[in-house]
Design a protein. Structure first.
Ligand code: ZN
Length: 278
């Protein structure tokens, strides 16, 4: 005869396990940002960026940056969302990506890159932040933090309509989208180097550009201010890309034509709203 207390113990264990699995699933569902939510947040933040930063409205430049950007996207591991590339009319050497496919490159960065593959190295790094969902992960972390801080009710409301608590413009101002961990930065470098190589560019451009920027300004260069040290980065990439040293294209006539074109435009005004754009 079976021991009844043993059976009820087993039942209790079984139901506890089911409950645990269900609660984990519910929590994961609350915290996880769907692709659609990610795109909505990115679009809200992009509107905010373009309200406060001057976008360079030059059809030729936007067309070129979009073409090379899409070439990278097509060789990336996340080509199923739309991407949009824009140049910001700022002298500062910087670039950033928002969740959901929005990529911004400063005019100053194009001016400082001597060859196309140097410019592509940064573009590929930014695309890789989107591919690896780094901003989306930041939002998910911030949702968890809000729950811990006692905002459970708000959180549930926010999760339902995707807007109430998590407005893209607000998250941008709080720096949620643009402060990645150093590991995330390293991952974006790794993925970026591989993607640019697969798309036909020599990834040594990433190494030479980081070296150049480090010599020219080090951590004063905005692009480096929240990233691992430039030296560590170009050592990592140099190691990773050793086997590809002599492969892939380095420069193009189109890139040099865009540089000449940009040089003929009036000097940009200095931006007053650059603090969150890192
Ligand atoms: Zn980065």
């Amino acid at each position: 005869m079976k021991n009844p207390s043993k059976i009820s113990n087993l039942k209790f264990l079984f139901f506890s396990l089911i409950l645990l699995i269900c609660s984990q699933a519910v929590l994961a569902g609350i915290f996880t940002l769907s692709q659609q939510q990610e795109i909505v947040l990115g679009a809200q933040a992009a509107t905010q960026v373009e309200r406060t930063q001057q976008v360079l409205n030059d059809t030729e430049t936007t067309k070129y940056v979009t073409e090379v950007g899409q070439r990278l996207v097509s060789r990336s591991q996340r080509s199923d969302i739309p991407y949009r590339f824009r140049v910001i009319n700022s002298k500062e050497v910087n670039a950033f990506a928002l969740p959901g496919g929005f990529v911004y490159i400063n005019r100053g960065l194009i001016e400082q890159a001597d060859t196309e593959n140097e410019f592509i190295g940064v573009l590929a790094h930014e695309v890789s932040h989107i591919v690896a969902r780094h901003s989306a992960e930041q939002v998910e972390k911030s949702r968890k933090a809000n729950l811990i801080l006692g905002g459970a009710g708000l959180l549930l409301g926010g999760a339902r309509n995707g807007r109430a608590l998590f407005n893209g413009a607000q998250l941008l101002t709080q720096g949620v989208f643009l402060k990645f961990s150093r590991d995330a930065e390293r991952e974006a470098d790794r993925l970026g180097a591989k993607t640019m190589f697969d798309a036909g560019w020599n990834p040594q451009g990433m190494v030479s550009f980081f070296q150049k920027l480090a010599q020219r300004g080090g951590s004063n260069v905005a692009f480096f201010s929240t990233h691992p040290s430039p030296q560590e980065r170009y050592n990592n990439i140099a190691d990773l890309t050793k086997a590809w040293v002599n492969k892939g294209s380095i420069d193009s006539k189109q890139f040099q034509a865009i540089k000449t074109r940009i040089a003929s435009f009036p000097k940009p005004r200095n931006s007053n709203n650059r603090q969150q754009m890192r």
